[in-house]
Design a protein around this ligand. Structure first.
Ligand code: RUQ
Ligand code: CUA
Length: 675
């Protein structure tokens, strides 16, 4: 379990008390889903769900795709972690996806999902996600549910306020959780010189509207605070971003105490249209950095990793009117913008109320210069001047807010384990339901867009104690589904999730269901080692490397007998799946492979590297049960001593005559040969 961070002792004690004895935190109105309501989440066998739910896997670095309302898990999409299911990060073609300026990083921590938007609404093209630990952003193609691109973020550490998307997918942002010395500075400084040397940064990553490709347009250098979360403005507030930040004390040790000295931290309002103008007028300075940009090409079926070495950086000192700070009580965590773009909800984890800011008032305050001084040269807007109002006594530990498009907001309460529904207009609490337990994020389908799809709400909880059959020291992670179509919220379903769910976004099944890619066309396969038919299967030696152009089709591999590999050879199995039918992958594994196996989709080529570490016979086989004769889909590779004179030979379907003299081999069937 991971928790969000609390800073006053009072709440810390309260929280740990709750953690030690969940009973005391269990809402008094504890209920289980009533039978009548449970039927609403029942999707009959053979029927489809109404929504695709794209859910972060947290520390597993993956994304889970679930159906709503059933809660059924359809797919795990590997993003920042190697996948023992698909071979992502294991095959030679996908390894470059996990390349960074620190080298190959096989596992990261993924928190937030952003679905692409057009005119403020979901457009069903891409999902974006953040890699927290080694700062990166990923783009997932929603026609293949595969990771297409990963972009590393320089000048960052703990990429938490990320990714958040603008209403036409112009940008996604990535703000650093940890301020650190900049990448081009000598970072070898005493940690307690934080106030002098540590800086924050916000990256604006532009999205190519046609291809979706990401590129860092510019970064904004900020004071050395910790950024937590963000949302883009929309509608009237389009052109702005709102970031929550804490540790305005700039503490570098024992943050739970030292970063809670001040009564208020900030929401940072960024006028990114203005920032664009400053970039255009040449105000941005070039900074030398190093970051990886990895792109997967669907035609070559191969990822290429490029290391880039420059970013454009804006310094707020040169850019008046670009940044403003709004005081916000007690360690703001979520900041969320309502569907109209007028209201900005900032949830102070330790605050007794939820402040709701008004975009119109913020603009007026800026025009009137209703400032309360400056923080590191950035104007601080007067709290009251920006405030629409406060939701009073909402519950304990407000974290995140989503909207239903009907004027209602739903806020998760970590400490009091509940969701509170309130009215944006008059800020009155309308309803509350318990969650089991310690809810983090919540999500309404389309909740962060201008047009929420509504109907359901899903809670993502940090604790599941006593909700499921126990499984050793670690209990399952879980989500809960609520019906929000009526006045009162109703619990419908508990469903376990893979990894720790943080944020999620759901969109109607109709947006994706009929545009799924079924196969990769074999005639379009431009892989460097493709074999487009069994006649192109071959084996070639290049020094101590042996390349095998292998094909897979129900139910044999070609070639399936390979001899003449020598001890110490590096063998590259380039396997092309010749199938052109939906959902007929073939797998490949060979005894002793250090990276175990790969899975190849119809029309695709993927490569498994294997080193001959001893002499002998090594069986290989298809690992995906593909037909009645799947168990027959196999073959043998022979490894001989370095000094042996066994010639390189391959065949399928023909037995070579057994040879007593190791030198005299003959060719086998058509398509077989001696090299
Ligand atoms: S955070 S539980 Cu990593 Cu999105 Cu709020
Ligand atoms: Cu191919 Cu089993």
């Amino acid at each position: 379990m991971k928790f969000c961070y609390f800073k006053t002792c009072a709440v810390l004690m309260m929280t740990s008390a709750c953690l030690l004895s969940m009973q005391s935190c269990k809402p008094k109105t504890a209920q289980s889903a009533a039978t009548g309501d449970a039927a609403k989440s029942f999707v009959a066998p053979g029927k489809y769900d109404e929504f695709y739910n794209v859910v972060s896997g947290g520390f597993n670095g993956q994304i889970g795709i679930y159906g709503i309302p059933s809660g059924r898990l359809f797919r795990i999409v590997p993003v920042f972690s190697q996948s023992p299911e698909s071979g992502y990060g294991f095959s030679e073609e996908t390894k470059p996806m996990l390349n960074t300026s620190h080298g190959f990083v096989p596992w990261d921590d993924l928190h937030h999902i952003a679905l692409s938007q057009t005119k403020g609404e979901h457009d069903g093209r891409w999902a974006f996600a953040n890699g927290n630990n080694t700062p990166r952003l990923a783009r997932i193609d929603l026609t293949t549910f595969r990771t297409s691109e990963i972009l590393e973020i320089p000048n960052s550490a703990g990429n938490h306020a990320s990714p958040f998307i603008t209403e036409n997918s112009e940008y996604i942002v990535a703000a650093t959780r940890f301020s650190v010395p900049l990448d081009d500075q000598n970072g070898d400084v005493p940690i307690n010189t934080y106030k002098q040397h540590f800086k924050g940064s916000i990256s604006f990553v532009a999205i190519n509207p046609a291809s979706g490709e990401m590129g860092i347009a510019f970064q904004i250098r900020t004071p050395g605070v910790n950024f937590d979360l963000s949302r883009a403005g929309k509608g009237k507030s389009h052109g702005w971003f709102f970031f929550s930040c804490y540790n305005s004390e700039k503490a570098n040790t024992l943050l739970e105490v030292n970063a809670s000295q001040k009564d208020k931290d900030f929401v940072m309002a960024v006028n990114w249209k203005k920032a664009e103008e400053y970039v255009k007028s040449g105000k941005a300075k070039k900074q030398a950095v190093k970051y990886a940009h990895n792109v997967y090409d669907e035609k070559t079926h191969t990822a290429i990793s490029t290391v880039k070495n420059e970013v454009l950086v804006l310094d707020p000192a040169d850019c008046p009117g670009m940044l403003y700070l709004i005081p916000c009580p007690k360690s703001p965590h979520g900041t969320d913008v309502d569907p109209t773009g007028e209201y900005i909800v900032a949830s102070g984890k330790l605050a007794a109320s939820i402040p709701v800011f008004s975009y119109t008032k913020i603009q007026k305050a800026i025009a009137d210069k209703a400032f309360d001084g400056e923080y590191d040269g950035i104007p601080v807007i007067k709290y009251e001047a920006a405030l629409h109002g406060e939701v009073t006594k909402p519950g304990l530990g407000p974290l995140h807010t989503e909207f239903d498009g009907k004027g209602n907001a739903y806020t998760s309460m970590f400490v009091s384990s509940e969701i509170v529904k309130w009215s944006i207009n008059d800020l009155k609490v309308l309803d509350r339901v318990p969650t089991y337990y310690s809810i983090g994020h919540l999500s309404v389908p389309g909740g962060p867009t201008a047009k929420p799809h509504g109907k359901y709400m899903i809670a993502y909880n940090k604790i599941t104690k006593d909700r499921y059959l126990p499984t050793g020291p670690e209990l399952t992670q879980s989500a809960q589904l609520y019906d929000i179509s009526g006045e009162k919220m109703k619990l419908l379903l508990d469903f376990p999730t893979t990894g720790e769910p943080h944020y999620a976004e759901a969109l109607p099944a109709s947006m994706l269901k009929d545009k799924q890619k079924k196969i990769f066309k074999i005639e379009e396969n431009a892989h460097a080692y493709v074999a487009k038919g069994e006649g192109q299967a071959k084996v070639e030696r290049k020094g101590n490397q042996v390349h095998v152009w292998m094909t897979a089709i129900r139910s044999h591999l070609t070639p399936d007998n390979i001899e003449g590999v020598k001890l110490g050879d590096e063998v590259f199995f380039h396997i092309t799946n010749l199938e052109q039918d939906w959902d007929v992958p073939h797998g490949f594994a060979i005894k002793g492979a250090n990276n175990a196996e790969i899975l190849i989709m119809p029309g695709e080529t993927q490569t498994l590297k294997w080193v001959a570490d001893r002499t002998g016979i090594f069986p290989f086989y298809c690992t995906d049960f593909c037909s009645a004769l799947h168990q027959e889909m196999s073959g043998y590779l022979r490894v001989s001593p370095v000094a042996s004179n066994v010639a390189l030979h391959f065949s399928t379907g023909s037995n070579k005559p057994a040879v007593t003299d190791e030198g005299s081999t003959t060719t086998g069937s058509p398509g077989a040969g001696t090299k």
